[in-house]
Design a protein around this ligand. Structure first.
Ligand SMILES: Cc1ncc(COP(=O)(O)O)c(C=O)c1O
Length: 379
């Protein structure tokens, strides 16, 4: 096994110093300063609770992108909604011709996803929704702090959802923003399980070790985590999983912890965004001519979540990067059984070949160079 200089996690670890930082003005940043914003354990909880407020009912049709995570699909299906899938092009943009083709008189809602922080055209999506009298749900689970030329993402939908733990070093967290006034509030959420919050926090703290000192110390932290998980399991404590593609229904009414709020108030969000943009641009320049970059340029006000690349053998590259100490995101390979198998060859190609590399704010220039070096070795 390789002894690596670093082990770079896909998500940003939590630097312990943040826990004792002075509180900052979270309320000057969208979506935290939105008028109707509600805090949950996960983004799927936000969606689950928001659907009821929008007044969608079982049997209503929703236009859903064929390229999706899977858990947002599960959430809508469990609400009894009927999903009609529309094409996403190789450029990860909505295919409006296909949207028009699949509209029926039962269609009530349009759902769109901003992939890795890169915006869809909200102007066109909102106009389409208005023209056909549809509600518009903006999924910003991968696009916290991101914006188009015009405005932050999440402002155009009747409802928008955000995932906090993907972009920020928090143990969990999702937001629901209601842009349409419905005159009702969601039910008050249940408190999260303390032990699950503590173990996610521990995980985020331990991830610093790999960033600083490479394979072996990182391996020790992994053993430690495995023991903690086994003890928790033996104690019969609930597993309130984060970053999972399984929909845990018992978790859907759960809110955010005080600990997560404590961390959120101590983050410098402007610096988070700037560092992500710098890391993205640096990695893009280092990988020019090495691998197919999906978005070589970072335009406008985009806050990138990952650096997406297209590779021939995704499983192999993912595995080999991991043995070299670079975690990449493999999640979206699975096809949801609700989606017609052969209808979306472009999306299947994305699922089979698109791999996301880390560019998070915990990474220094040296880490980004390390990722580029390892990609060069592997592809
Ligand atoms: C597009 C999209 N929507 C929603 C979600 C759900 O986010 P969460 O894990 O916070 O429930 C995810 C999760 O990865 C996602 O990728």
């Amino acid at each position: 096994m390789h002894a690596n200089r670093y082990h770079i996690p896909q998500l940003q670890p939590l630097p312990p110093s943040i826990l004792v930082n002075r509180p900052a003005a979270l309320s000057s940043f969208y979506p935290f300063n939105a008028v109707d914003v509600y805090y949950y354990y996960l983004a799927r909880n936000a969606l689950w609770n928001g659907i009821d407020l929008l007044g969608l009912s079982p049997g209503d049709e929703v236009l859903m992108p064929a390229y999706h995570h899977g858990v947002e699909v599960e959430t809508l299906l469990r609400k009894g909604l009927k999903l009609r899938y529309y094409r996403i092009g190789a450029d990860l943009q909505v295919d409006f011709d296909h949207l028009r083709e699949i509209l029926t008189e039962r269609t009530r809602c349009l759902y769109a996803i901003h992939y890795f922080g890169f915006p869809q055209s909200n102007e066109k999506l909102s106009a389409f929704a208005r023209q056909h009298q549809l509600l518009y749900i903006e999924d910003c689970a991968l696009a916290l702090l991101s914006g188009s030329e015009e405005q932050p993402l999440g402002m155009a939908g009747d409802l928008s959802i955000f995932c906090l733990y993907k972009t920020l070093p928090v143990p969990h967290g999702g937001l629901l923003v209601m842009n349409r006034s419905v005159g009702r509030r969601p039910a008050f959420p249940d408190p999260p399980d303390l032990l699950s919050t503590a173990s996610c926090l521990g995980h985020r703290l331990l991830d610093n070790v790999g960033l600083i000192s490479g394979t072996w110390p990182y391996r020790i932290t992994q053993e430690f985590s495995a023991v903690a998980r086994a003890v928790k399991h033996r104690l019969g404590r609930p597993q309130a999983q984060v970053d999972s593609d399984l929909l845990q229904e018992d978790l859907l009414p759960v809110g955010i912890s005080q600990l997560t709020r404590h961390i959120l108030r101590r983050l410098d969000l402007e610096a988070v965004k700037t560092r992500r943009q710098e890391n993205y641009r640096l990695l893009s320049s280092l990988l020019e001519g090495v691998v197919e970059r999906v978005f070589p340029e970072l335009l406008g006000d985009v806050c990138p979540l990952f650096f997406p690349v297209c590779v021939e053998d995704k499983a192999k590259v993912h595995r080999e990067l991991n043995t070299r100490g670079v975690e990449s995101v493999y999640f979206w390979s699975k096809k949801h059984p609700d989606v017609p198998v052969d209808m979306f060859p472009e999306v299947n190609r994305l699922r089979d070949h698109l791999l996301e590399l880390p560019i998070h704010q915990g990474m220094s220039r040296a880490h980004v160079e390390y990722v580029a070096e390892k990609v060069r070795e592997v592809v």
